[in-house]
Write a new protein. Sequence first.
Length: 195
Amino acid sequence: MNAFLALTLTIVAFFTNGKGMGVTLPAGTILHTRLDETLDTGDLRVGERFTFRVRAPYPRDARGLAGARISAYVTGITRPGNGRRARIGLVFARIVFAHGDAEPIAAYVDDAAFSRRVPGDFTPRDLDVVSASSVGRIPTLGGHLQNDTLAEFTFGPKPQRVTGAYAYADRSGVELVLPENQAYDLELAQGLPVP
């Protein structure tokens, strides 16, 4: 009887401390986020990392998203001039949950200022930027391009679909500035396990 009670208490403790419970959010799920820092084509560099902070309400009551941050990398910058609009190219890398666990994330920015990367937009250079910018965290092992908007590399032992977007200035001749704390909705391009 004591062994049964001890086992029951162990199982209850396992599930009530947040470990062992979770949900997998399907592709198409919207995550509400805020940009953690200002992005400005006037001073950004290719390879820079920046983050989006996940905010409530959480889809499917996935409270494991509380305090999570989504890492992204700048893969290209177009400065304004000669009739061109300023542009920032980015790719998403991973989501880090408040307790430290991380998962690869594939998402798109659901906002009028952004466009999804179109077929042919990803190049081996994009993958190199992510790899070089995140040495020891997201090594690219045989990264390759696919026939849609996604590329693929390896996140530790897990395959990672690379997704990204371009953000454009609303007119030519001006720098593109995405302000800190700006709200953006991200649409998942593949399922995301949340603890």
